[in-house]
Design a protein. Sequence first.
Length: 752
Amino acid sequence: MYPDGLCHVHGNTYSKTIQFLDINYRLVQDSDKSEIFGGWCKFLNYFDSSIHFQLSFYNLKSELDEDLTVTIAHRDDAFNDVRQEYSDMLQNQLAKGNYGIRRTKFLSFAIAADDLKQARQKLNQIELELLANFKELSVPAYSVDGKSRLKILYNLYHPQSNQQFRFEWKWLAQSGMSTKDLIAPTAFEFRESRAFKIGTSSCSVSYLQILAPELSDDILHDFLSMNSSLAVNIHIESIDQTAAIRTLKRKITDLDKMKIEEQKKAVRSGYDMDILPSDLATFGHEAKRLLQDLQSHNERMFLVTFLIMNIGDTSQQLKNDVFRAGNIAQRHNCTLLRLDFQQEAGLAASLPLAICPLQLQRTLTTSSTAIFIPFMTRELFQQTGEPMYYGLNALSNNMIMVDRKQLKNPNGLILGTPGSGKSFAAKREIVNAFLVAKDDIIVCDPEGEYHPLIARLGGQVIRLAPDSQQHINPLDLHLGYSENDNPLFLKTEFIISLCELVAGGRGGLLPQEISAIDRAVRKIYQSYLNELTPENLPILADLQQALMDQESEEARQIADSLEIYVNGSLNLFNNRTNVDIHNRLVCFDIKDLGNQLKKLGMLIFQDQIWSRVTTNRKAGNCTRYYIDEFHLLLKEPQTAAYSVEIWKRFRKWGGIPTGITQNIKDLLASREIENIFENSDFIYMLSQAGGDREILARQLNISPHQLSHINKSREGEGLMFYGDVIIPFKDHFPKNTQLYQIMTTKPSENRG
């Protein structure tokens, strides 16, 4: 084995290996399945007769401590007990995935070469072309270097060992050992005819005898879904096209000759010469159809060897696993045959070296070979950046860990019917973000549901209500409020929107009224811009007075409309800010605002979001913004317009907004609001009403099978749209945790 991943197998045979990941195949529309299948056929046709290649699928015990890290590092703050509880939950969820089995997929390819230099040149060229072919299929794939290939072999030779693979190239020269010495098991034992041992593990290699005239594309998936350790290897050799056609024509000639002989025999015997043996008629027809496929339908001929190596802790467990694998083969009208007295050759053929000493081959065309399609469902488990937990993959039971910041557009939506778990999903992400990242988090809470969680994490709850002693000054201004050099420009736009909400008619404000507001705004901020002290910041009363001082009819009308918010019963926002709006975690509770004040309150806290995001952008920090009952913001033109701007512009400012609502219809109320849906690359879909399912299926190209995961699904179950990936999830958060108690919104459950 060489450091670049090239392996000198024996004689003049050299090989390399590519690891590839999964794409959604089982969940997509039938038309998309056909497209993927056609692409896979094209992929197989790339290989000519000079390349022997092998598809390897290894389901082995995973090395969780080495490969998958979900522990949240402690910090110097007061929340390490919460981090520990969340980490323990993640470890428990991780252990559920695949029953401790880690699934990997490889493509190994081998060629004959005169020397190492020639082999490296040829293999590198093939590797580049194969990676390009995988990319065309949208399949993530990458080359496996020498150390990683040795690790794969080590794991196969130590299938039940908990010892991690350790290796450095410099050890070879120092110790005088070879790479074989460092991966070898403690012992091999080939005493039995149909089984063998590697160390203490019992193993057996079987050959799939393909008897069915047609196979389902589920056959490989069914084998790989077994919750036991096994290795599935498919060796494929292309037959030269000219030789295949020549051989087939010769077979057809032989069959025609046999047909003539049978006809002569029939004439001599005095019966109808058209009566032929059924096998002869069938074989003749099939051979001619096959010849037509090879000549006209872009089909090639392959020699295929399908092997399964079962691995058990004990002989009895091995027998059970082999029996279950045999049942799967029978279900697909095939037979699984144990290799008698060929187990050692079977083991050699199960290594990802692209060599097969067995002479057990079945001739198949391109489309017949492609039926062993190696794609099932995409996994989402990122280990770079700041990945967060979003539940378990409903198909594979593996954890979903992703970082929304790695999306082209991290804006998100959480959609679901009442009781489906929308708010809980948002809270779980808030906790995860608070514990893992350093982002600021702002929550709009129209129902007063987030208090326990915010309080436990040391955040600031700002209760906006007529009887509240907590106040936000809507005219607060920070120099970082705008991305340009004039923060007053954006603030003026906000105040115009505020006045339009208060005083605008159906047609909005008149140009003369907008000009009056602009003059008033420039006047009331003059002293603050001269001396940046909190005492110099204006309040609504100052704005009203500045409008009255203009002595114009338009200005006075706006001033009169502001009267109830300045001196009247709705004067909640005519005060200076007296809460910590700079806390890392801020929640705006607007539950007790009346209808008239709620519109104004929503506009004001959105303005606070703009201020925080632009300030954080200059400091290089991200801001997460969660809006529960998002449809409330979309009802009013002013707050809806603000929301659309947030979804359009927050990304480049380091903002990550998340809207939480029941109905997708709310996001399609107008072409402008529809931009929110179109600018969201993260959509967390829980149980959906019938009309909403149809809209989501159309907008996101969701297949009927995928749609079943959001049709009357259980709480915490649904579909997740991440970039271009759609996967079903289930998130059943442990109820015996303090986090669950402060996140749940069920009245029947104790919220301690």
